[in-house]
Design a protein around this ligand. Sequence first.
Ligand code: NAD
Length: 379
Amino acid sequence: MTPAHPAREHTGRPVRVAVVGLGWAGRTIWLPRLRQHPAFEVVAVVDPSERARTEAVSDAPGARSFAGLDGLSATAVDLAVIAVPNHLHAEVASRLLAEGTPVFVEKPVCLDSDEAARLARAEASGGAVLLSGSAARHRADVRALSELTASLGPVRHIEVAWIRARGVPDAGGWFTRRTLAGGGALVDLGWHLLDTALPLVGDGIGFDQVVGTVSGDFLGSAGSGAAWRHSAPEDRAPGDLGDVEDTARGFLVADNGVSVALRASWASHERHDVTLVRVEGAAGTATLRCTFGFSPNREGGSRLTLTRDGRTEPVPVADEPIGAEYVRQLDELPRLLADPAVRGRAVAEVRLTIGAIERLYQSARNAGRQAVPAGHGAH
Ligand SMILES: NC(=O)c1ccc[n+]([C@@H]2O[C@H](COP(=O)([O-])OP(=O)(O)OC[C@H]3O[C@@H](n4cnc5c(N)ncnc54)[C@H](O)[C@@H]3O)[C@@H](O)[C@H]2O)c1
């Protein structure tokens, strides 16, 4: 197929965007920031829900509204932002890519390695770029940590953890159903954590070994939901809270010998929602303690420290409003869209990320088989 846009030149006019999926992410994260950003113009919104479309159009006057993808054309749209439920990411993105429309796909970009391969094929055949990535990399504190890492000597170990006190998204909805979400806290928060860890491990470096466990001790607990999201629709069956994990723990060893400890929890016994990124190098340890995402239950500002020879020093980090990283992510998109060398890059990272997630789940399934019930251990 002839690419509709072999290499879209940066024309100077705003990037014409379609937002596909007008739920919490589409309407809270994407639409307001796209509307306020001078480099973008929202020209279309897509969602099968009439109510979601009506509300979105009132937020984005002038945008055309469609119930499905048929109304979108690669000549009228420079970028489609895909914020549909997880199981539809690969299907929607592959179709648009094959038609020549560039896409930015929300995390998790796909649910398994077969879907990643399908996306790679669609990107190659349609000639349009697939962009993705967690906004966490664009946080000022994560950037400061990355810069500090250069002074740590060879990196030996990275710890990434996102532990919410309460933050199960929409229990009983698609988020907590394995067939629709692909998994629980690991695909949801863990995707952001892997996205943060990968550049610290080293560009393009995959994982040689992956083990992990999962648990679901909080899914059904009253008050463990994510209060900042919309409440669950009334059609949820009472007590039907899903079949995914609320916590995943993993240990990964990269091809270059760097180890990564990962913990992703939608809920826990903690008081606040905390994210930790620690990089241990031969010449020191850098530690960032902050809160990723939009939760209001935060500990306070970001704290970055450098520990060396028995001394821990604070490293200044700029305070920024919640969600500033999403604006910085938008700042980058016009340049990425105009650069033909970017094609294939996101899919290559997606393959590493989903490969690690698949292997962690596989390890957790094996661990479950050998679990000894409490009270039945060997004496
Ligand atoms: N980057 C982040 O920080 C972040 C935060 C929240 C959610 N997300 C991601 O965004 C995606 C959406 O999450 P959400 O919380 O908005 O879910 P949601 O359930 O609130 O919204 C999903 C929307 O997609 C619509 N939809 C379903 N099928 C569609 C189709 N074929 N075409 C167009 N629209 C369709 C639904 O009607 C609904 O309005 C998820 O993949 C999630 O992981 C990312």
